[in-house]
Write a protein that binds this ligand. Structure first.
Ligand SMILES: Nc1ncnc2c1ncn2[C@@H]1O[C@H](COP(=O)(O)OP(=O)(O)OP(=O)(O)O)[C@@H](O)[C@H]1O
Ligand SMILES: [Mg+2]
Length: 334
């Protein structure tokens, strides 16, 4: 086991910071998984989730713990929920990222875990995060990972109910969402936030759009919650520049480089052995320009092809088959 992690865990226990202990335990689970100790990782994860679950059950109703959230707010007019809540157990968190992006993710997680220590020096963690970049490279997955690593439930805003056609109702809905996010620690996720805050120059119905954009800016600025507000978009240029400035961290998740394509492909196919003759460099180079999501699909389809052909090892031919299939599909795409 990673000695640095162990030392940090012992220090956190010594300092009595329950939040730090939990975050570090989650790191250990991750680490064990990466080492291929799936069974140990699964057992440790289950214990940890039970501990967090029983901790939140012990809290009184007025508690500010993530597990003790008040009932989700609903749209006043038709009582449809304004967000969908994903609890810790349902969050995905394994990601392949360029080292520089990975370390910026880790910095956000570390700062939030150390928020009480930072507060003693009058410092605040980064809490307002904007993730942007091309489709299928991990913006939505990144939000889940941030929530998982900080031990928070993820509240995914449902824009379909939030964006009401009734005049003025969208603003009320937005306010209720931010009020709920401030009431208990959670990771509030505004996915595809450009739906809400399109550039002022891009639309003609400027009145209502401006009001919504301004309200969003104000709510972001006044956010005093204990958790995170994460927004995601695959646009950059047409987003309002004032919106960019309201975030503590603006993180671009780019297309995977060759080395990330290789890592992603091999981890996706890790359940089956692969033939020694596969020329990985060539395969990864062939996939240059693909999104992470497409790379994952190639890996899964190659593995499925091998299984369906009755073999127990993934061959170069299985990968070629999956690659031809995706190239053909990308070629057909409008
Ligand atoms: N960095 C990554 N590491 C591992 N898997 C990834 C990564 N990025 C994407 N994936 C895979 O691709 C799928 C889609 O990714 P995700 O939904 O996070 O993309 P996105 O950036 O939010 O795309 P969109 O702009 O279309 O919303 C994920 O469920 C996961 O399987
Ligand atoms: Mg997404």
């Amino acid at each position: 086991m990673n000695a640095t992690l162990l030392k940090r865990l012992f220090r956190a226990i010594h300092s009595g910071s329950g939040q730090d202990v939990e975050t570090l335990c989650r790191r250990i689970v991750d680490e064990e998984k990466k080492l291929g100790h799936e069974r140990v990782a699964e057992d440790l994860g289950l214990i940890l989730n039970k501990v967090s679950g029983s901790k939140s059950e012990r809290q009184p109703a007025s508690s500010t713990q993530a597990g003790a959230l008040a009932p989700l707010p609903t749209s006043r007019r038709d009582s449809a929920p304004l967000f969908h809540e994903v609890t810790l157990g349902g969050l995905r968190h394994d990601m392949v990222l360029p080292p520089a992006v990975e370390s910026r993710f880790q910095r956000i997680e570390k700062e939030l875990a150390a928020r009480s220590r930072l507060a003693t020096f009058g410092l605040k963690p980064r809490q307002r995060i904007l993730l942007y970049g091309p489709p299928g490279c991990g913006k939505s997955l990144g939000a889940e990972r941030l929530a998982w690593n900080t031990g928070l439930n993820l509240l995914k805003v449902r824009f379909d109910t939030l964006l009401s056609s009734y005049f003025g109702e969208t603003l009320t809905n937005l306010r209720r969402v931010f009020d709920a996010a401030a009431a208990a620690p959670c990771a509030l996720f505004l996915d595809e936030c450009d739906t809400l805050a399109r550039s002022r120059t891009e639309r003609n119905d400027v009145g209502e759009v401006n009001r919504i954009t301004n309200a969003l800016l104000e709510m972001l600025e006044n956010y005093q919650g204990q958790g995170l507000v994460i927004a995601a978009t695959n646009l950059d240029s047409s987003l309002d520049s004032a919106l960019f400035r309201r975030f503590d961290e603006v993180l671009k998740i780019p297309l995977p480089a060759i080395s990330e394509i290789y890592r992603l492909l091999t981890t996706t196919m890790a359940a089956l052995p692969t033939e020694k003759s596969i020329k990985w460099k060539e395969v990864a180079r062939d996939m240059d320009g693909m999104s992470c999501s497409e790379v994952v699909q190639v890996g899964q389809n190659a593995a499925k092809h091998s299984v369906l052909e009755g073999r127990k090892t993934i061959s170069a031919e299985d990968i070629r088959f999956a690659l031809d299939e995706i190239h053909e599909r990308l070629h057909q795409a409008p």
